[in-house]
Design a protein around this ligand. Sequence first.
Ligand code: NAD
Ligand code: UDP
Ligand code: UDP
Length: 312
Amino acid sequence: MNRVLVTGGAGFLGSHLCDRLLADGHDVLCVDNFFTGSKRNVAHLLNHPYFELMRHDVTFPLYVEVDRIFNLACPASPVHYQHDPVQTTKTSVHGAINMLGLAKRVKARILQASTSEVYGDPEVHPQTEGYWGKVNPIGIRSCYDEGKRCAETLFFDYHRQHDLDVKVVRIFNTYGPRMHPNDGRVVSNFIVQALKGEDITIYGDGSQTRSFCYVDDLIEAFIRMMASERGFTGPVNIGNPVEHTMLQLAERVIALVGGKSKLVFRPLPADDPRQRQPDISLAKSKLGWQPKVALDDGLRETIAYFRQLLEA
Ligand code: NAD
Ligand code: UDP
Ligand code: UDP
């Protein structure tokens, strides 16, 4: 049994990770400031003897004793991370410094939830880990992109300078139950709109692409990365390489939900990446991992979750 800290543990991915770690027999400390996460996401765990929930903002120091750290704290949806962009950068940068300082003191292995956004609006397709990215340093997405890039820098400098045992995963768009209904991300938006019979909002002409990974596949990759050999730091891409345009996604959601929603077109937000698809060769070879859940199956699970939430 390990004592595992999950920052951002009351969020979408963090709460699924807490579930999995407890199921695997670990002792879990979930730290969250509830900015985008919710106590509801972990309510079912509160009576578990090996689960502890702590309200804390990772931009402030944290003194606890743990063996493993998953650093997920950071709003992930553009609507949320742009709401208070200065806090977003602080969360990524000061949060990384504090968690790395903690890992250094207690000699814990630490994993950073980085993002495909470090590639920005990529000129290389699909994206391999060796690509350095095309990121606007002063745009409205920069607080997130540059914050996450700086966090990666800190992870590798703590590794080189203090021999810290670090792991970095670059997560591509992931979806599933417990996404926030007002999260603003495309999968939750389309599903909630379809379930309410509202128009589906396509930003731009809908020809931009993303590759969508179901949450269970992603959590499996987290677990494998944390358990990987000490010398393997990453960064490693984690995502589903099957690429879709936003028009194709809307069509799948409408087909699975049913109803009469129409497509409406809205302006494309600034710096919105044109296309995004992970090259997952490294994850395959180093972690023996690849996603298993097909888009339609994952969408069905996610639709069932939102249907229940909206009816409650
Ligand atoms: P989320 O918004 O549901 O979860 C983030 C959690 O972090 C929330 O519970 C939030 O309250 C918490 N948080 C935010 N700022 C904090 C702070 N200063 N101190 C403590 N807690 C704080 O988003 P998610 O999709 O679960 O994302 C989790 C992580 O994975 C994030 O770091 C995100 O950047 C990364 N990621 C996610 C995706 C995706 O598609 N879901 C893609 C790339 C990267
Ligand atoms: N820190 C923390 N918990 C710990 C140890 C450190 O939150 O258990 C924070 C502390 O705020 C510190 C930061 O991590 O400023 C970086 O720690 P490090 O030891 O690298 O640097 P220093 O203490 O010299 O600033
Ligand atoms: N998008 C859309 N309609 C929406 C929400 C998002 O067409 O209601 C588009 C958005 O412009 C982007 C893609 O869907 O091109 C994915 O957006 P999301 O916010 O989910 O993630 P990210 O842009 O960070 O990959």
